[in-house]
Design a protein around this ligand. Structure first.
Ligand code: IMP
Length: 198
């Protein structure tokens, strides 16, 4: 079975492929399905934005589509940047600029945070599957590690004494918000396909 990913983020594609390929599900980019959709993320929750993205790509491609909406929620910032994680600090910043700004805004603050991922899969017949994963951690005082993307260098896991960026892809997938959401999604998809063979 083929799912079209409602994202242009190659790193997300790799993480999703790693987890879903084990059940014979192929995840492809929008471009590979011949569509180019830029969805405005107008929702205020991960659930809303995830649904907006998956539904738009399903409608444009006519194929089942999967989306992840994710972000970093920092306790001391009232849950920010949250759904605005990719846009934190405005359009002039890249990943490094965004996590530097976060470190500045957190001077002297408690460090508790969590990553959240909501996966939505929309089928052309109107069926929708949703799964949510959360990974608790803290915000490091300085970036560490080279792996991953986004805020990985500053997201610290006290139990491992490492940031996400210091983990191998397998180690990150085993505990990350997206890894947990995808595992829950995989179970839901298996049950769904059992009842609705494609
Ligand atoms: P989305 O594409 O709107 O879901 O944006 C999610 C944003 O949250 C990304 O651009 C990153 O800034 C951040 N993010 C989500 N998941 C991760 C992760 O696993 N590591 C680091 N940053 C992440």
């Amino acid at each position: 079975m083929r799912l079209v990913l409602a994202s242009k983020n190659g790193k997300k594609l790799t993480e999703m492929r790693d987890i879903l390929s084990h059940m014979g599900v192929e995840v492809c980019l929008q471009s590979e399905a011949g569509v180019d959709v830029d969805v405005e993320e107008t929702g205020t929750t991960f659930e809303e934005n995830s649904l907006l993205k998956a539904r738009a790509v399903m409608q444009a491609s006519g194929l089942p589509a999967i989306a992840d909406d994710s972000g970093l929620c920092v306790d001391a910032l009232g849950g920010a940047p949250g759904v605005y994680s990719a846009r934190y600090g405005g359009p002039g910043l890249d990943d490094t600029g965004r996590y530097r700004l976060l470190l500045e805004n957190m001077r002297g603050q408690p460090r508790g945070a969590k990553f959240v991922s909501v996966i939505t899969c929309c089928f052309p017949n109107g069926d929708v599957l949703t799964a949510r994963g959360e990974c608790p951690g803290t915000i490091a005082f300085a970036p560490m590690g080279e792996g991953g993307f986004g805020y990985d260098p500053v997201f610290f896991l006290p139990q491992l004494k490492k940031t996400f960026a210091q983990l191998t892809p397998e180690e990150k997938n085993a505990i990350s918000h997206r890894g947990l959401a995808l595992k829950q999604f995989r179970a839901e998809l298996e049950e769904y396909l059992g009842k609705n063979p494609q």
